[in-house]
Ligand binder design. Structure first.
Ligand SMILES: O=C(O)CCC(=O)C(=O)O
Ligand SMILES: [Fe+2]
Length: 355
């Protein structure tokens, strides 16, 4: 069962980027130092470790759900494939996404379950899921999603205050009742065959939504450290989730908050011989929300947005749904017509100061 295996340790001879550690219980209690640490992490790298989040039991259940789903015959899983139109919910087969502008293929398979389908189950909002998902909708997926939503909305409120936005501004963009791209994703990457070149598991990207709450066991996640062109591993630490900001928060904040480039490669060293499992909950704005800098709501955001040379990202006129569908559709392998398709799938990393 993923998560319970005694994996080889993360090697200490690969380049690794340390993340700041933030304690969720202290954040919830309003601890000023902890909020300062979160703010530093969110504005400089856009990634941090989160400890004391109390979601470990639900995470293990989700890995079990993922293992049960991935064990289904491929033909069964393909009945629930997400398709090529830009919808992200459902199953994604290995190789269904490109990892770069040359059209190289990804190696991960994953199952995405929409927040809306989980909360309304057994009614369907977006789509139906494999029986292994339905069997755990209420016992496993709903508690995981509810706890993850709570963690992410605590973080959103803190960012709301620090950005000088009127109370509840970001919360209104992420209302539970509004259909959105918020979803859980359980990811499986196969072991690297011995003596082969490593293949990129998930290509370089920024996340599409607002906040990602990630749980992994093996290395493989890498960040491009700001101001450099180099990829460095993020070391998994037991009991520590990895959190990061996505494009929507970078845009709402006029670039104050960072949506950093990252990718997934095979785990380093002896870890590469193991299947790699990871789990993410993505909080994304409601589909109708316009993705633009909130200049009218905060002088701080207005000042930041005014300094940006390339305004197209912060005032693209796209709603959250349009942004999300555009990015997903243009990374699908079947839709690749050349480098321009891949480029059309990109997010906030195009802004010059993102380096
Ligand atoms: O598997 C991981 O560690 C990261 C996954 C990721 O970046 C994503 O699904 O957006
Ligand atoms: Fe990501």
């Amino acid at each position: 069962m993923p998560g319970l295996i005694d994996y080889p340790p993360f090697p200490n001879d690969v380049s690794t980027h340390p993340l700041l550690v933030v304690d969720y219980q202290l954040l919830k209690a309003g601890d000023k130092n902890e909020i300062d640490t979160l703010w530093k992490a969110a504005t400089e790298l856009g990634f941090w470790y989160l400890k004391n989040h109390e979601v470990d039991t639900e995470v293990q259940g989700m890995f079990d759900m993922g293992a049960e789903t991935m064990a289904l015959p491929l033909a069964e899983k393909m009945k629930f494939e997400q398709g090529d139109d830009g919808m992200s919910f459902g199953y994604k087969a290995a190789g269904a996404n490109a990892t770069d502008e040359k059209g190289n293929l990804d190696t991960v398979e994953f199952i995405n379950v929409a927040k809306d389908d989980v909360l309304s189950y057994p009614s369907i909002v977006h789509r139906a899921y494999p029986p292994t998902v339905n069997a755990r909708m209420e016992s496993t997926i709903r508690p995981f999603i509810q706890k993850s939503l709570e963690v992410n909305s605590t973080l959103l409120d803190i960012f709301n205050d620090r950005l000088g936005l009127p109370k509840g501004t970001l919360a209104r963009k992420h209302q539970l009742e509004e259909p959105s791209g918020s979803e859980s994703r359980c990811i499986k990457n196969p072991p690297k065959p011995a003596a082969t070149e490593p293949k990129t598991a998930i290509g370089a990207h920024t996340d599409f939504g607002s906040l990602s709450f990630l749980h992994n066991r093996l290395g493989g996640l890498q960040v491009m450290v700001p101001g450099t062109e180099s990829w460095q591993y993020v070391k998994p630490i037991p009991g520590h989730a990895i959190c990061n900001l996505g494009d929507a928060m970078s845009i709402f904040s006029g670039g104050i908050l960072r949506s950093n480039l990252h990718r997934v490669v095979p785990p380093p060293g002896a870890q590469s011989q193991h299947e790699r499992w990871s789990l993410v909950f993505f909080t994304r704005p409601g589909y109708s929300q316009l993705l633009e800098a909130l200049t009218g709501d905060s002088p701080m955001v207005a000042e930041a947005a005014a300094k940006v040379a390339d305004k197209s990202i912060y005032f693209s006129g796209q709603t959250s749904k349009e942004w999300f569908y555009r990015r997903i559709k243009n990374q699908r392998t079947k839709n690749q017509k050349g480098p321009e398709t891949w480029r059309a799938s990109r997010g906030t990393e195009h802004r010059p100061e993102a380096a």
